[in-house]
Structure formats: C-alpha cells, structure tokens
Design a protein. Structure first.
Lengths: 290, 334, 239
C-alpha cells in the first residue's frame, strides 16, 4: 500500500511540472494551430541558462526571472522570422511549418552540444535532495515547490486568458483569425506574442525541473514528446486540460516505472499518445466542457 | 522525346561507373546515394504526391533490415532473403500503422507516424530475446568487393524510380494527387480515399523496407538506434525529399545526391580540408574546427531544413525556375 | 417509389438541430430547387445526401435504395454527383487533369478517362482553358469546373450547391444555359440557390426551408407567393 501511495505522490508531483510544460504547447497549438516540435528543446535551453546562472551562484528559482524573459524573446524571434514567413509560402511541401520546428529543434540541440558537450550536468542546491515525510510517504522538497509554482502559473495563465484584454485577444485569434483582425486585433502581433508566451512557460518548467533532473543536450526530444502527449490528452488550448493531461502522464509514468520497470517509461507515454489519438481525439476537453 | 532519354543516359553512366571508378570510398558513397534514392522516392509518393507527411519511415526501413537480420539469426537463412521478404514485412507493419495514423489528418498524422516510429524503436530495444536488443545483429558480409552491392543497389534504385514513374501516370497516381489537393473533393469524385492512402503507404513501406534489407546485407551490422533512427533515417528521408523536390519524380534522386554529399562533407570535415589547413598553417583551432565538423552533421541537417524550407520549399527540382532566375540575374549583372 | 427522396432527415450538431425533419421527393428528369435563408440547413442536407454527415435520424433513398449509411465515394459510384458551395478545385492540377481524375471513377484506362474528360469539358464549355491550372481560374471558371468534374462521374442525379453565387449577369446566363443542357442530357438536378432569378427560372418545383424545417413546396410561382417564404426572406413587415 505504501508503495502505491508513494508512486501516486511521485506521479502527481511530477504531473504538476508536466502540466506547466504542456500549457505552453497547448497554448501554441490550440491558439495558433502551430505544432512546435522544438518545445522540449526550448526547455532544455532554459535548463542550461539555469545551470550557467547556478555556476555564478544564482539559485534556480531566481533564474526564473532571467530564463523566462530570455526564452520569451527567443520564441518571439522564432515566430517572427522563421514561422510567419511560412504561412504565405506557396509550396507543395505539406506541413512545412512542422518540419521547420524540427529543424529549429535540431539546431538548438546541436549548438548547445557544441558549447557544452554531451556531458550530463547537475545542479545541486540545499533542497535538491531534501525530503519530508507524511506518514511513510516521502515528498521531495524540490518537486513539491515545483508543483506549487507550476500550479500557480497555470492558474495565472487561466485568469490571464479569461480576464485580460491581451488574453482575450489571444483567444479570439484562436477561434477565428479573420474575425479577430476585423475587430481590431493585431493578429500578427498576437501570434508572435503567443509563441513567446508558450516559450516562456516551458522555460519556467525548465528552471523548476533543473534542481531535480540532469541536464544534457538531448533531453529536448523526450520532453517535446511528453508535451504532445499532455496537449493531446488535455485537448488543444485547454489550460485545465493541460493539468489533467500532465497529472495523467505523470501518474502513468510513475506506475509504469514502479510496476513494469524503468525502461518502460518512454514507451508508456508513447502508447498513451497513440491510444488517445485513436479513441479520444478531443482529449479530456471533450469529456468536460471547459 | 529528349526528356525521356536523359534518365536512360544517367542509368547507363551509373552502370558503367564501377569500371572507371575503383576507389572503394566513392563506391561506398554511391551505394548510399542509390539507397537514399529508393527511400526518398518512397517517401515522396506518400508525402509529396499523396500529401501525407510521414515522419516515421524509419519504421519501414528498420522492418526490412530486421527481417533480413532475423532470418539469419533465427532461421539460419541467408540475409539475402530479406530482399525478397523485407518489403512485405514492412507492408505488414505499415498496414496497422496506416490504419491508426490515417484516422488523423495533416500534422496529427505526422505526429502519429513519429510516435509509432519511436514505439518500434523502443520495442526493438526491449524485445531483447527476439531482436538481440541493443546488441544488434551482426552478420558476415556475402561479398568482399563492393561492386556486387553497387549493382544490386542500382537495380533497386532503377526499379523504384521506374515504378514511381508508372504509378504517377496511372489512375492511382491521379487519385493520390487528388487526395493531396482536396480530400473531400476527391471523395465526391468516387475516390476511396482511405483505401488509396493505405495503398500509397504500402508502396512507401515496400520500397523503404527493401532498402532496409539491402542495408543489412551491405553494412553487416544493425541495431535499433541505427535502423529505427528518427534523425538519421526518418528525417534524412524527409530532407532528401524536400531538398530535391517533393511531388516530382526525379526530385528525390537529386536530393539523395545532395544529402549524401552533405552528410559526407560533415563526416569528413569538409573532406579533410580543415584538417589539412590546420596542418599546413599549424593552427590548432582549425584542427579543432575539423574535429567539431565531424560531429556536426545533425547541426548541418537542422540548418539545412530551416534554410530549405524558407528559401527553396519546392526543392531543387521544384524550384528550378526560381534558381535559374537568380543565377540569370547574377550573370546579367556581371 | 420516388426516383429520389429524403424522408424526415434530422441532423443535430451538439444541441442544435441544423436540419429538423425535412422530407421531399424528386421525380426523374426534374430540376428541383431548394431555397432558404442563410443557415437554414440546405448545405447540411446536401452533406447528408452525399455522405459527408450521417443523419441523426431519417433516410435518404435513391431509386428505392437506402443510401444514407454509405460512404461518399460509394454514393458517387451509385450515380449521385455534387458540387460544393465553397469550390474545391484540385488546385495544382490542370483543368483537364481535374476532370480526368473524375472520369477515372467510371474506367481504369487512362486513354478512356482522357477521352471522356475531353468530351465532358467540351460539353461544359471549358475547352479553351483545359490546360490551365485549376487554381489560376477565376471564380466563374472554378464553378464551372466543379460542375464539369461532377459530370465526368456520369451522375444520374446532380446536386448543385450555389453554383451561381459570385457570377456576373452574363456568367449567370451561361450558368443557367449549362444547367438546362445538363437536364436535357438526362440528368436529374437538385439545386440550392440564393439568387432568386436563377432558381425561379429553371426549377420545375421548389422546396423552401427555414431553421431546418420545411416551410413551403410547390411550383416557383406558388412558393414565391407563399406567406411563410416571404416572411423568412424579407421579414414579417412584408408578409
């Protein structure tokens, strides 16, 4: 029973972080219809930024204030210079925008590898290995902090989209770009901002993950995959869905690792992905009405 | 008339090549080139002609390669049987693959193929008893010389291009393009779009599987990360297609040539140029650059994807008028 | 047994009934008009007939046979062709190739398909542009291409969805002529149209719907004089 509860806790905590990764992507996908296969790589960049700052004595949680704006700007640049031009291109090449993000992801990974080499890097902080106990269940301090910060961001995102003008402009652009333009929304600027926002959010996830994970150039790929699974599970554009999706994936991985074995972790995620695509195409969003 | 003779001339030239070029290094590159012609053309049918962009062609390549390899390790039969059977096992895997993925359109389809590619890769790694897992499969090559492999690769490449040429001009060819242009309109014109999408996938799976089987026979060693590789096989196939030109018969052939050259450019550090420069000038940093370049082929691929999509989205063959115009302008100015 | 009939067709999207119990019968060789204000459910009805949507309830019968469960391509093979309200040209193919693709529905030989395609292109008056890329055609050409393509599948029943929208007066005259020519050639036609002039002139009978329900059926003059129809289009002040 304890093992089960422990696995449950680990899964939910991880899930909070995953939700933060997923929100960035679900925003970009749901709002703009852009599939960003470089999402994980953006997070990887943020983790390296955190690492660099850490060698200079900056705590990872403060790196949030540096990495997020940095990645926001990078996201804006990517959208403006590399993705926007593709919308108008007349080409037989299908899905050129997806391919472009694949290329961007590859470039980011390799440039980082060039600068930092493929060695695994670690950040250790006072709380990295700290745990506290509730009964027989251990809670990783770092993961708990990450969980709550992630939830905070998610809630903030939700209110941002619903209550602020900018947020509403983003949702309007998502629903009908032309109608939004006619109503005075500068949709070109909105798409650029949204990509930046998505990048900033995944950067936050990276900073929060850095104290408890190892950092290496190739981690982009698996995390992009996780971001997808979460987005598809939760339904495009749904912040609440991202939470459900994140926690579900976290739990599934946790259970899989405990009861089947570590090497099954990735394949569980992929299998869920395929199953959801097959049987629940709208994601959790379909089941609720949010 | 002139148009249809050029390919034949090329084939004749290629057939005669080993007589003039004895260097094994270049023969190896040519064999790789021919293999990529097959894979790139197969991807071209499903992506360029039918409009279904697959990110998972490594799945078919790996199937063909493992068919050949497993025949040897489990049945003690020559891996050459893989050439006969590899295409069909790839189709057998491709059909459920397609059935799952075609329920989605556009980018979701692309993602699903990527996911399935990865599932197969992980599966092959985990199923150690069956596939040998990470240890892979190692066989004794049948021929010492590269020449027989060259001619087999050439035959495969010619056969795949000839069949593509035939398909494109036939009823399925029209149906594939109509699906790409407007799937709903195609349905209203009596096209069973589901069936034809599966057919195009089966075609792609068959030829890619054959290429995989050839690879097993030629290289003598495979493991899941090599043959089910996302970057080195699936994305390379896409690059061959888009650099050369999707939706054209010979585009991928051009693309294959360029991509193999680029890949080799990086692997050898610009054909040893930087190393030589470093040795000549005594500059250590130039030598370092050479070293870095050998590892940087993925970076090169990434940059190439970005540049090609921005500048030459229809590939060299597709955007040839655009290229000619630019070159003309330069000429006129000078 | 009617040549073609729809029987109490209903289609719900979420909680909204786009089509709510529409029935009508069409005789062979008729030109049957379907009118109604925007959003009244006309195109949804066509989509159910041609298999793009499954009806929530109700039936579609063609020559006595139920077809509403069949996939779209089978319905085409049974002899029902359609055009789309928002035209769907196969953009990067020439006009000729567009029609050849359609002609392949009745033959597997390239030679025969091309022959048939050229015949139909000639019949529909697109010969001058047969080698032009479909996406380069102006709207009138694209609308005509829709019809030509559908005709190449040798339909016995042709569903025309707003083929006249966006055409100037002389193009309208040509469109009307073509439709009459198609009927004279033996094809039954059901036509959705907004432009009153067109539909009143060519239809034998008209069926009017609003909010997914039938409001009138009869000859053009009967329907034009009908209170409910006038109300639906012009508002209660004019009734």
């Amino acid at each position: 029973m304890d093992v089960f509860l422990q696995t449950l806790v680990a899964g939910i905590l991880k899930g909070g972080l995953y939700a933060l990764i997923g929100i960035g992507m679900t925003l970009i996908m749901g709002v703009m219809g852009i599939i960003n296969l470089a999402h994980g790589q953006l997070m990887m960049l943020a983790m390296y930024v955190t690492y660099i700052l850490n060698t200079m004595g900056v705590d990872p949680y403060f790196s949030l204030f540096v990495a997020m704006p940095l990645l926001f700007l990078l996201g804006v640049a990517i959208q403006k210079f590399l993705l926007n031009p593709l919308i108008k291109a007349d080409t037989i090449l299908p899905e050129n925008q997806v391919l472009m993000t694949v290329g961007i992801g590859m470039v980011l990974t390799e440039v980082v590898r060039f600068i930092f080499s493929s060695d695994y890097k670690y950040i250790t902080t006072t709380y990295s290995n700290q745990t506290f106990f509730l009964g027989n269940i251990s809670f990783s301090m770092a993961l708990v902090i990450a969980f709550w910060i992630a939830i905070a961001f998610t809630v903030a995102m939700f209110f941002f989209l619903v209550k602020t003008d900018l947020g509403r402009s983003i949702r309007a652009t998502a629903q009908d770009k032309d109608a939004a333009t006619l109503m005075g929304v500068n949709t070109g600027r909105i798409t650029v901002i949204t990509f930046g926002l998505g990048s900033g959010l995944v950067a936050a996830a990276g900073c929060l993950l850095a104290p408890v994970y190892y950092i290496f150039p190739d981690l982009g790929g698996p995390f992009t995959a996780k971001a997808f699974i979460i987005t598809i599970l939760g339904g495009l554009g749904s912040t609440v869905g991202a939470i459900f999706g994140g926690v579900t994936l976290g739990l599934a991985e946790s259970m899989g690792a405990t009861y089947f074995g570590m090497e099954y972790e990735d394949i569980i995620g992929l299998t869920i992905f395929v199953l959801v695509l097959l049987f629940l195409p709208g994601g959790f969003k379909r089941l609720t009405k949010i | 008339m002139k148009k249809s003779l050029t390919p034949l001339v090329f084939v004749a030239l290629l057939a005669g090549l080993p007589l003039i070029m004895k260097d094994n290094y270049y023969l190896h590159l040519m064999i790789l080139f021919l293999m990529w012609v097959v894979i790139g053309s197969a991807w071209n049918l499903i992506a360029g002609y039918t409009g279904q962009v697959s990110f998972g062609d490594a799945a078919f390549f790996g199937c063909g390669a493992y068919t050949a390899g497993l025949l040897a390790t489990h049945l003690g039969v020559s891996t050459w049987w893989g050439l006969a059977l590899g295409g069909f096992t790839a189709i057998a895997v491709g059909l459920p693959f397609g059935w799952i993925c075609f329920r989605m359109r556009g980018a979701y389809f692309a993602l699903a193929t990527l996911a399935l590619n990865e599932v197969l890769r992980h599966g092959a790694t985990i199923a150690e008893d069956f596939t040998g897992g990470m240890v892979g499969i190692l066989i004794m090559p049948s021929f010492m010389s590269k020449i027989p492999y060259y001619y087999i690769a050439l035959a495969l490449a010619v056969a795949s291009l000839a069949s593509l040429q035939w398909v494109v001009r036939s009823k399925p060819g029209y149906y594939f393009v109509s699906i790409r242009e407007d799937q709903d309109a195609a349905e209203s014109l009596g096209v069973n779009t589901h069936l034809y999408k599966m057919l195009s996938l089966a075609y792609a799976a068959f030829w890619t599987g054959m290429a995989g089987a050839l690879y097993m026979n030629y290289m003598g060693f495979i493991d899941p990360n090599v043959v089910f590789s996302l970057h080195d096989i699936s994305i390379m196939a896409i690059l061959v297609g888009i650099v050369g030109g999707v939706g054209t018969v010979y585009g991928p052939a051009v693309g294959a040539f360029v991509m193999v050259a680029v890949q080799e450019l990086f692997r050898s550090g610009f054909f040893g140029l930087f190393k030589w420069l470093g040795a000549v000038s005594g500059s250590a940093s130039l030598v370092k650059v050479a070293e870095v370049l050998t590892q940087a082929h993925v970076l090169g691929f990434g940059l190439l994807v970005v540049v090609v999509i921005l500048v030459l989205p229809n590939g060299i063959v597709g955007d040839w008028p655009k290229i000619r115009k630019r070159v003309f302008r330069l000429d006129a100015g000078a | 047994m009617a040549y073609f009939q729809i029987d109490k067709l209903v289609k719900y999207f979420g909680g909204l009934a786009a089509v709510d119990g529409v029935s009508f019968e069409v005789g062979q060789g008729e030109i049957f008009g379907l009118i109604g204000p925007n959003g009244s459910g006309k195109t949804t009805t066509f989509n159910m007939i041609s298999g793009y949507h499954r009806p929530t309830s109700g039936r579609v019968l063609f020559q006595g046979r139920e077809i509403h469960q069949l996939p779209t391509h089978k319905i085409c093979h049974l002899g029902i062709g359609r055009t789309f309200q928002v035209v769907k040209p196969l953009g990067r193919m020439t006009v000729l190739d567009n029609v050849i693709a359609a002609a392949y529905s009745r033959t597997s030989s390239h030679h025969k398909a091309k022959e048939e395609a050229l015949k139909v292109i000639d019949f529909c008056g697109l010969m001058p542009v047969k080698d032009v890329l479909a996406k380069a055609l102006p709207i009138a050409g694209r609308k005509r291409l829709e019809i030509t393509r559908a005709m190449a599948t040798r339909p016995e029943l042709l569903l025309l969805d707003e083929t006249a929208a966006g055409l100037n007066p002389s193009e309208l005259v040509e469109a009307i002529d073509l439709i009459r020519k198609i009927r004279a050639n033996g094809t039954t036609i059901v036509i959705i149209e907004h432009i009153m002039h067109v539909i009143m002139t060519i239809s034998d009978r008209i069926h009017a719907i609003n909010f997914g329900q039938t409001i009138a059926e009869g000859t053009p003059s009967e329907v034009a004089a009908n209170q409910a129809v006038i109300e639906a289009y012009l508002g209660t002040d004019y009734a």
